[in-house]
Write a protein that binds this ligand. Structure first.
Ligand SMILES: Nc1ncnc2c1ncn2[C@@H]1O[C@H](COP(=O)(O)OP(=O)(O)O)[C@@H](O)[C@H]1O
Ligand code: SF4
Ligand SMILES: [Mg+2]
Length: 345
């Protein structure tokens, strides 16, 4: 496909470099995102995964320029198609936001305006961005609802958000995100509140978008099972940092970081529903993070290999192979520390 011949495709569409987004609350600092590096290419799906509270939504909001007081991006850069988003004015950012990058929020019902029909909310996007007349914008809304699989769109276009099921509201959010054919969609837990059948349909819809429009998608989830078979590349986040990043197949077949291994082990095999068994212990308080590795208090490998360095010094994210990076002392050397697993791989 032409997609592979465009020199632009060799450059990442979005590059997040050393992003730190902190919240300054009651005299303490919440290090919600604390050194995140990501790259995503056109037509690819990047799965961003990690337990609740690890900083996934704050990463998404940072990319969208939606961090407000008491939060602040304190360092790093966000480069979209060669442009640093952090250097743009609010007006310039508004052109990109919604137009070239869209965010599908975690809680669709809360994001839709309760006093307007869904038809008028979608039509408004076409009216504002393309200056389309009302009727034409409305007709396009009906078409779009059909595309995202809303049954009887001519009727549903007149519905108010509270008249929609959770699955329908999520589809409307997706329709709104698709309206301007963005190059990048960030979908923040788009299926978490939905039942399994609807989940599968929404994920299918995203696959189609990627196939037809070469849309890049960042799919955020706390559930490794959701992105299996969907993501091309996976970044695993823990306590505000990326701890492992690899091509999806490689990551699922051979996870290297103890946290990724534990996350994958907590997926109940063969079950599409039911509670996930979780990893013992809890993630650290982002106001009071450990000095060394943030996973050290829960890490059994540290004990198994008798690693002293883990609690004393924080590991950095290191390339293990061109497509695989890990933040763990099992694979990194330091003065006086020999990585026990590096040579074996
Ligand atoms: N507005 C805010 N003020 C203070 N802390 C916040 C705010 N928003 C998020 N946080 C904190 O940032 C951390 C990351 O949150 P979030 O990105 O929502 O996690 P996730 O999406 O991975 O579940 C959490 O500890 C959360 O409490
Ligand atoms: S650096 Fe040490 S504590 Fe952290 S994940 Fe690796 S082995 Fe476990
Ligand atoms: Mg979240």
């Amino acid at each position: 496909m032409a997609q592979n011949q465009n020199p632009k495709d060799k450059q990442p569409l979005l590059k997040v470099e050393g992003l730190k987004t902190h919240f300054f609350v009651d005299g303490s600092i919440v290090r919600a995102v604390d050194q995140v590096d990501l790259e995503i290419f056109r037509g690819k799906v990047l799965g961003l995964v990690g337990e609740s509270g690890c900083g996934k939504t704050v990463t998404a909001l940072s990319i969208m320029g939606l961090i407000d007081e008491p939060g602040k991006i304190i360092s790093g850069d966000i480069i979209f198609d060669g442009i640093s988003l952090l250097s743009l004015t609010e007006d310039e950012l508004n052109q990109i936001r919604g137009g070239r990058i869209s965010l599908i929020f975690q809680d669709p019902q809360a994001r839709l305006n309760p006093v307007f029909t869904i038809g008028s909310q979608i039509a408004e996007i076409f009216q504002v961005h393309y200056g389309e007349p009302r009727q034409a914008a409305f007709d396009r809304s009906v078409k779009l609802l059909e595309t995202v699989g809303i049954p009887d769109p001519l009727d549903r276009v007149h519905a108010y958000p509270h008249e929609l099921s959770g699955g329908q509201a999520q589809r409307v959010m997706i329709a709104m995100a698709l309206a301007l054919e963005p190059e990048l969609i960030i979908a923040d837990e788009p299926t978490t509140a939905l039942d399994v059948t609807i989940q599968a349909q929404i994920l299918d819809l995203m696959r189609e978008m990627r196939g037809e429009h070469s849309t890049a998608i960042i799919l955020i989830t706390h559930d490794m099972a959701v992105i299996a078979g969907m993501a091309d590349c996976v970044a695993v986040m823990y306590a505000g940092q990326i701890i492992e990043q690899a091509e999806a197949e490689q990551l699922y077949k051979k996870p290297l970081h103890p946290y990724t291994q534990d996350l994958l082990a907590s997926i109940p095999y063969g079950l599409d529903e039911g509670p996930l068994s979780s990893i013992p212990g809890s993630s650290p308080d982002p106001r009071n993070l450990p000095t060394g590795c943030r996973y050290a208090p829960r890490c059994e490998s540290r004990v198994e290999y008798g690693l002293k360095i883990c609690e004393a010094k924080a590991p950095s994210l290191q390339p293990f192979s061109p497509e695989h990076s890990i933040r763990c002392w099992l694979y990194e050397s330091a003065p006086g520390h020999k990585p026990p697993l590096l040579k074996r791989l």
